[in-house]
Design a protein around this ligand. Structure first.
Ligand SMILES: [Zn+2]
Length: 872
């Protein structure tokens, strides 16, 4: 059933959550003095206001702050006394005035104080251990979505843009950073007053201050914009790669948008404790350390790719988000989807050999797998409360949103798309927009019905299955099965589907031969299959965000010509087939046949789909059939791994290391390949000569953990305690969750409850532990018995991430029933939809197991034989 509300989702937001518009802020003069030792801060603020009509009270946002010394200066310098009342539930401060305040300009003054919390939001405390072993403290901010109100009283809504003049008062020995460059500073009595230049007009959620014993690199000049990396002392050697990416990205975006960088400088700041990946505060972008600080000599290529993507993503926001901002939080999807699109475009130009658009296929598939559930949601929906805005930061916003933008870009053509984006940004600079503003700009540049097409993709959940008939294509909503009893389905009804079609004859047809169609409710004619026995490729190029089903004859033809497909077309064929298997419209053998035909395919994403399917089989297969599964893994993946080898070959592609790691890990774990396990152990023990190559270290650790040799857990733990880079630390931490043993899994779980694992990492590690096939059920018991403590301990945004690991607990009906019961009785605030989605996915996984378990051993044995026959 269509989930779309007829009211435009960009219409009037719920008034209960909006501040009155009678008074608007223009400029904040903000002075803040944090006391890092006491974990408190004090501040004063002067807010220049425009009063649109006479008022007797002024209402703004404030939370967890004590406000005092309030006064208001009205037009002509008249002074009014005021009292202030805080409503903590509504997170509002109401200033009641002694006399009515007339229309015109006014200034509100007050002092405030608050606590530097340890919840990684608002103005909070982060700590690290310096080179002498001393614990040091950093005070830093994370304002998005609505936590600026925890740092200072403000109009904390994205369309209340204002100028910010920030002064930080800090201990003489500490560094201080904010959105703009330092205007002047003075030292007196051991205290430093750092006054920053006024910012451009911007939203409160972009304000940042960072204070601590931090260092900055020398600035790199990028067309007049100074760019630095700010880091804990001793980590400057990990900064050059991020600086190189940032310089590329600033030039790339300036050119793409045809608008100069809107700020005055760029500081990229590594924060030891950070709830998200990074945050696009104008000119003062904050990151978790693994997303910024990296040594190319010791990093895996995928780790470098992540840093490049995150840096590019945040810098894209300087234009799309910071310069032009969503009017209200339902627009967050466009903000994030577009930054995800631009990060990929930018990094594709930075390192073409990484083929990041092809790698994005696996991210898109993760979003589509979520979007296949009845509990999906429209990309855009009306948002009232801040808590609802928090629920938007998920795969559907970032990855599905990016996928539909990429589909549109490929349909319109990259130049027309870019021109529309330029027109949109130029028209709305320093202002706020709704989603339709972008469609209108693209529509006027391209002359295509952009708004009608895109509304069908963003205002309803799900996506179509496009069926390829003898002479036409048709669409229907795709789902794994009927909606669960009593639950509504958010999957839509019909879409405006941009369909690209090409035909395979004896040899690959040049790209120019692609036909373009817009498929609506009625069938659209396409040419019949070629008379010479070829096949038609629907979703040519692979950028349509929908699934495709071919008739049996054409599917056989395509399976026989996998090498003639473009990488993403091949990837989609496997992904769509696997989705049809999970929907019980095909048997698991259909995917295994495709996997057996991959041969020398070099795309890690395509192989990752195969590994994902085999991993689900591993979770549900009967114990007696596990040897057949292991044999199938070895025969499907082994030959490809043998041809790659353990060490890089001369002239191999830049993505080959990722494929090597993927296959090595699968063979060493679910494949139980004795030779791979032995070599992994030899390299881990250091008897293989030299350190383990960074690209395969995580995979080697997994293959070692799988063997449960005495002492290995302790050895990995020791390496975790003494890493050389943030990436190494994370590799060892994740390996601690990989040992297939209930006691060791519980031991790692207990680390998550201690200071040994930062709360920025612990929830993700719990998710990995829940997905540990052997240890997961024991960890689940611990999660239940420590539930309240875990929720209180971990940042709010990560609660759903922790719980998501439970979708892997699908091997036993009793366990999955228990997970469902417990999470239904213990809802997770801010994440209810994510939990419902996880439970539906768990039901899909469990259903797959119950349906297929009786014959799975035989099917896998057949796959092993078929692929084995191709072995050289
Ligand atoms: Zn973002």
């Amino acid at each position: 059933m269509p989930a779309t509300d007829d009211a435009a989702p960009s219409g009037a937001p719920d008034a209960a959550f909006r501040l009155p518009r009678t008074v608007e802020p223009r400029t904040y003069r903000l002075t803040i003095a944090p006391d890092l030792a006491a974990a408190t801060f004090t501040g004063t603020v002067e807010i220049d206001l425009t009063v649109h009509e006479p008022v007797t009270e002024i209402v703004c946002n404030a939370a967890e702050l004590a406000l005092a010394e309030v006064s208001v200066e009205g037009p002509g310098g008249t002074r009014l006394d005021a009292t202030v009342e805080l409503d903590e539930a509504a997170e509002r401060a109401t200033f009641r005035l002694s006399d009515p305040l007339g229309a015109g300009e006014a200034t509100l003054r007050c002092t405030f104080d608050g606590v530097l919390n340890d919840k990684l939001r608002g103005f909070y405390r982060s700590t690290f251990t310096d080179q002498s072993g001393t614990t040091r403290t950093v005070a830093t901010t994370q304002m998005e979505s609505t936590d600026a109100r925890r740092a200072f009283p403000c109009w904390d809504e994205p369309d209340r843009k204002a100028v910010f003049e920030v002064t930080l008062v800090v201990d003489e020995g500490l560094a201080a950073f904010s959105n703009s460059p330092v205007a002047d500073e003075a030292v007196e009595g051991g205290t430093r007053r750092v006054r920053f230049a006024p910012t451009m007009k911007m939203s409160t959620y972009l304000v940042a201050f960072v204070v601590g014993p931090l260092e900055a690199t020398d600035p790199v000049d990028v067309e007049g914009v100074p760019v630095r990396v700010v880091h804990a002392p001793g980590k400057g050697n990990l900064a050059p790669f991020a600086l190189e990416v940032a310089a590329h990205a600033l030039r790339f975006f300036t050119d793409y948008f045809a608008i100069a960088y809107p700020g005055d400088k760029v500081d990229l700041v590594a924060i030891p404790d950070f709830a998200f990946g990074a945050m696009e505060n104008l000119g003062c972008v904050t990151f978790r350390e693994t997303a910024l600080l990296i040594d190319p000599a010791t990093a895996a290529r995928t780790e470098l790719e992540r840093v490049a993507l995150v840096v590019a993503h945040e810098l894209a926001h300087m234009w799309f988000g910071d310069l032009v901002t969503m009017r209200w939080w339902e627009g967050i999807w466009l903000n994030e989807a577009f930054a995800t699109f631009m990060e990929t475009l930018c990094v594709d130009a930075f390192r073409p050999g990484w083929e990041v658009w092809v790698s994005f296929g696996i991210s898109r598939e993760a979003a589509m797998a979520l979007d296949d559930l009845h509990s999906t949601r429209p990309i855009e929906y009306p948002v009232g409360s801040p808590a609802e805005a928090d629920g938007m930061f998920d795969l559907l916003t970032y990855e599905k949103g990016c996928s539909v933008l990429r589909m549109l870009e490929q349909f319109l053509g990259p130049d027309r798309f870019r021109d529309g984006v330029r027109a949109y940004l130029t028209a709305h600079a320093y202002a706020n927009t709704v989603t339709a503003d972008l469609w209108d700009a693209l529509e006027s540049v391209s002359g295509e019905p952009v708004r009608a097409v895109m509304d069908s993709w963003i205002l309803q959940g799900g996506h179509p299955l496009v069926t390829v008939g003898p002479d036409a294509v048709t669409q229907e909503p795709f789902a794994y099965g009927p909606a669960p009893a009593g639950a509504p389905s958010a999957i839509g009804d019909r879409w405006q589907v941009p369909v690209l079609v090409r035909t395979l004859h004896g040899e690959r047809v040049p790209p120019g031969a692609t036909e373009r169609h817009l498929l609506g409710p009625d069938p659209v004619p396409i040419p019949p299959p070629p008379a010479d026995g070829g096949a038609r490729v629907v979703n040519a190029g692979g950028w349509g965000a929908y699934r495709t089903a071919y008739g049996p004859g054409e599917l056989v033809e395509l399976v026989g010509r996998l090498a003639d497909l473009a990488t993403l077309e091949r990837f989609n064929l496997l992904a769509d087939t696997w989705a049809l298997v999970l929907a019980d419209r095909a048997g698991p053998g259909a995917l295994l046949d495709l996997a057996a035909g991959l041969g020398d395919d070099g795309d890690p994403s395509t192989w990752a789909l195969v590994v994902g399917a085999l991993t689900l089989c591993d979770r549900v297969v009967a114990a007696a059939d596990r040897p057949a599964l292991q044999a199938a893994v070895r025969s499907l993946l082994g030959p490809r791994f043998e041809r790659l080898g353990w060490d890089p070959g001369a002239g191999e592609g830049e993505r080959a290391p990722s494929l090597r790691a993927l296959l090595l890990q699968a063979l060493g774990t679910v494949g139980a390949d004795p030779a791979v396990r032995a070599e992994a152990a030899r390299r881990f023990d250091g008897t293989g000569g030299g350190p383990i190559a960074p690209d395969i270290e995580s995979a080697v650790l997994q293959a070692v953990a799988a063997q449960l040799r005495p002492g290995d857990y302790e050895a990995v733990y020791a390496r975790y305690r003494d890493p050389a880079t943030p990436q190494e630390e994370l590799r060892y931490l994740n390996a601690l969750a990989a040992f297939p043993d209930a006691d060791l899994a519980v031991r790692t779980f207990e680390l998550c409850r201690s200071d040994e694992v930062r709360t920025q990492n612990a929830p993700y590690l719990v998710a990995v532990l829940l997905a540990n096939r052997v240890g997961g059920p024991a960890v689940w018991e611990r999660v239940k018995s420590n539930w309240d403590e875990l929720l209180a301990r971990f940042p709010v945004n990560s609660h759903s991430r922790m719980v998501e690991g439970a979708k892997a607990l699908c091997g036993q009906r009793s366990t999955s029933d228990d997970v469902t019961r417990f999470l239904t009785e213990h809802p997770v605030a801010h994440s209810e939809r994510t939990v419902v989605q996880m439970l539906e996915r768990l039901a899909v996984n469990t259903g797959f197991g119950e349906r297929n378990r009786p014959q799975l051993g035989a099917v896998l044995a057949g796959a092993g034989g078929a692929a084995g026959a191709d072995r050289p």
